[in-house]
Design a protein around this ligand. Structure first.
Ligand SMILES: [Fe+2]
Ligand SMILES: [Fe+2]
Length: 248
């Protein structure tokens, strides 16, 4: 469903109760353009994972409102502190009076609890919580792909991994959900704009995500993927490791 004809913002349900919101953008630095995504989990305590850029707030708010009243939001989550993940946090906290930020405990400590207008809930690695029908788990992924505070959210109920910047794909017309390979397209994007920190913990962290056996990868930029998420995560770990060895 296109929710804003001018920007091309659209909303698509990519797993049971999980909606992908995506806005294409033209950026001079990125040939072919880019796109910014958020995921909304509709439940008793609805959760929006990522806010979009601060200037994108009207578009994301409009998209959420086509699915449910924005004021019902309970959690505004972020994988790591950066403008496209957090930029419109205070606008959302104002629009949804019962909502709180949700991040890693490190994220709450070093950024979120200072910049956000209300204190956030910081999650420990492996911590599980329920928002109604959906049982969620926080996985701390420091520096993968980037940010000391970085983590991802796994919906145990639908086996959907809200994987943030992992598998970032450029372009302005990505399919909402694909069963085709996304590792190749995301590697094409990463070549000129390598956004990975390449920390020593990268391989074990990607392996811990693969062990969750996700069947949907909810990428923040580009298409969401349905299929064998573990194979893709292990494929990514292999590519990064080979690159690291070649550099030594
Ligand atoms: Fe990022
Ligand atoms: Fe991002």
């Amino acid at each position: 469903m296109i929710t804003n004809a001018q920007s091309g913002t659209r909303v698509d349900e990519i797993a049971d109760g999980i909606y992908r919101i995506n806005t294409p953008v033209r950026i001079d630095a990125i040939p072919g353009g880019f796109n910014f995504g958020q995921y909304l989990i509709v439940d008793d305590e609805p959760l929006l994972f990522h806010t979009g850029l601060r200037r994108m707030f009207p578009l994301v708010q409009e998209a959420v409102s086509k699915i449910m009243p924005v004021e019902r939001l309970r959690y505004i989550g972020l994988s790591h502190f950066e403008a496209d993940e957090f930029g419109a946090m205070n606008e959302f906290l104002a629009a949804a009076p019962s909502s709180v930020p949700l991040s890693s405990d490190i994220g709450a400590l070093v950024s979120v609890n200072d910049v956000a207008d209300r204190p956030g809930r910081g999650l420990a690695n492996g911590e599980q919580f329920s928002i109604g029908k959906h049982q969620l788990q926080w996985i701390y992924t420091p520096h993968v792909p980037h940010g000391w505070d970085c983590g991802v959210l796994f919906d145990i109920t639908t086996k959907t991994l809200l994987c943030g910047d992992l598998f970032t794909q450029g372009g302005t017309d990505c399919a909402p959900l694909t069963e085709s390979d996304i590792l190749g397209p995301s590697e094409l994007f990463r070549k000129p704009l390598d956004y990975f920190a390449h920390s020593v913990g990268t391989t074990p962290i990607l392996e811990s995500l693969a062990a969750l056996q996700p069947t949907t990868l909810a990428c923040m930029h580009g298409s969401a993927f349905r299929g064998d998420g573990s194979a893709l995560l292990r494929g990514l770990a292999d590519v990064l490791e080979r690159e690291q060895q070649a550099a030594q």
